[in-house]
Design a protein around this ligand. Structure first.
Ligand SMILES: C[S@@+](CC[C@H](N)C(=O)[O-])C[C@H]1O[C@@H](n2cnc3c(N)ncnc32)[C@H](O)[C@@H]1O
Length: 282
């Protein structure tokens, strides 16, 4: 592409280049073009005749080349939006998804000062909750030391340095500590699911995505271990696959939860389920 290419030329070229490889060619092209050139999204449409600087054009073309190879936009840019946060993101952690915002909303509505985010990844859930509830004591656990280092940096940068980050297997690093709400977006994809070899998932950490053969192992571990780490009447909120709602509700019931409720995503699919621990602390 010539260095006299306009915003409109670059945009059209990028959309055409990505059409057969990305599920979102227009959004990808616009996000990468606004970042490379400093133009805002409205300017791309209002002033297509503008000619960006040569260095910005080269940057944009290199990014489109990487996106065409399959690399997620979030990893190309090193940042991604979640709720009102702009998180630093790289291959150490899962890219935060919009469905997870439902989980934050459910947890935010629970009264109580002690919150645990299990499997924190980039820290997106813990940081969103800490900003909404600066009075709460928030712990965040992940088995991946790489993810924890990214989450810690995000918490510092986004003004929530008081979150306590712990490395380890689910509840193991917590000792006997109890919480008023435990929230988790655990790995829930089965090892044989074909989607694991497709799209952005190919670039994300396997341990963030795959649970076991049927995808329920992590959800099961979190639910069965929760009664020992919740206060009486405490809540457990979990994200899960859209075909796992019934299994999650069944597990919550077996392990002594009531008021079990499932929330759906914008496509109407069951994605988030929670319940309240009945009776005495165990
Ligand atoms: C689906 S990702 C979610 C990341 C982040 N909470 C989000 O919503 O974007 C699941 C996270 O759980 C962590 N994880 C997987 N198995 C774990 C275990 N046994 N103990 C603690 N963390 C675990 C992974 O490292 C990963 O960061």
């Amino acid at each position: 592409m010539k260095s006299t290419a306009t915003l409109g030329d670059l945009r059209q070229w990028a959309i055409a280049t990505l059409t057969d490889v990305s599920p979102s060619p227009l959004a990808d092209a616009d996000r990468l073009l606004t970042t490379a050139t400093g133009a805002d999204a409205a300017a791309l449409r209002a002033f297509p005749e503008r000619i960006p600087a040569a260095a910005a054009q080269q940057q944009f073309q290199a990014w489109i080349g990487r996106r065409r190879q399959g690399e997620p936009v979030a990893y190309i840019l090193g940042e991604w939006g979640f709720m009102d946060l702009e998180l630093a993101i790289d291959r150490r952690a899962l890219i935060p998804r919009p469905e997870t915002e439902h989980l934050v909303e459910a947890a935010r509505a629970v009264r109580g000062q002690r919150i645990l985010d299990a499997g924190t990844g980039s820290g997106c859930i813990a940081i969103a909750l800490a900003r909404a509830r600066p009075d709460a004591a928030i712990d965040a656990v992940d088995r991946s030391a790489d993810a924890i280092s990214l989450a810690r940096a995000n918490a510092e940068r986004l003004g929530t340095p008081w979150i306590r980050f712990l490395i380890g297997d689910w509840y193991t690093p917590l000792g006997a500590r109890r919480y008023d709400v435990i929230v988790a977006n655990p790995p829930y994809i089965g090892a044989d699911e074909p989607e694991i070899h497709q799209g952005d998932l190919r670039y994300e950490p396997r341990e963030a995505l795959i649970a076991d053969a049927d995808g329920l192992a992590a959800l099961q571990a979190l639910i069965s271990g929760a009664p020992a780490h919740l206060t009486r009447g405490g809540w457990l909120w979990l994200e899960h696959g859209h075909r796992q709602g019934e299994a999650v509700r069944g597990l919550l019931q077996i392990h002594g939860f009531d008021a079990i409720e499932t929330r759906r995503d914008l496509a109407g699919r069951e994605r988030v389920t929670g319940g309240r621990l009945q009776g005495e602390e165990r």
